[in-house]
Design a protein around this ligand. Structure first.
Ligand code: SF4
Length: 75
């Protein structure tokens, strides 16, 4: 059975690593040694439904449009 999962994608070609999103989504993101956001659980940042609104806020507030929310379907 497949299930849609909300994921946060970070476009590192746009991101400047100032870390606003890590302040908005500390449950999901931390900063690496250079200040860039990385998922607490690894490269794929899965967004639990209770954090969907906060994740959308982070997308909307990213000054460089470097964040994107998308639904992915996994088997
Ligand atoms: S808010 Fe946007 S530009 Fe700033 S660190 Fe996060 S992804 Fe990068």
């Amino acid at each position: 059975m497949s299930r849609a999962q909300l994921e946060l994608h970070i476009d590192f070609a746009r991101c400047d690593g100032r870390g606003l999103c890590t302040e908005l989504l500390p449950e999901l993101l931390v900063r690496d040694d250079w200040g860039y956001p990385v998922g607490r659980g690894g490269r794929d940042v899965r967004v639990p439904e209770p954090l969907a609104t906060a994740a959308q806020d982070a997308v909307d507030l990213c000054p460089l449009q470097a964040l994107m929310l998308r639904r992915v379907t996994r088997a």
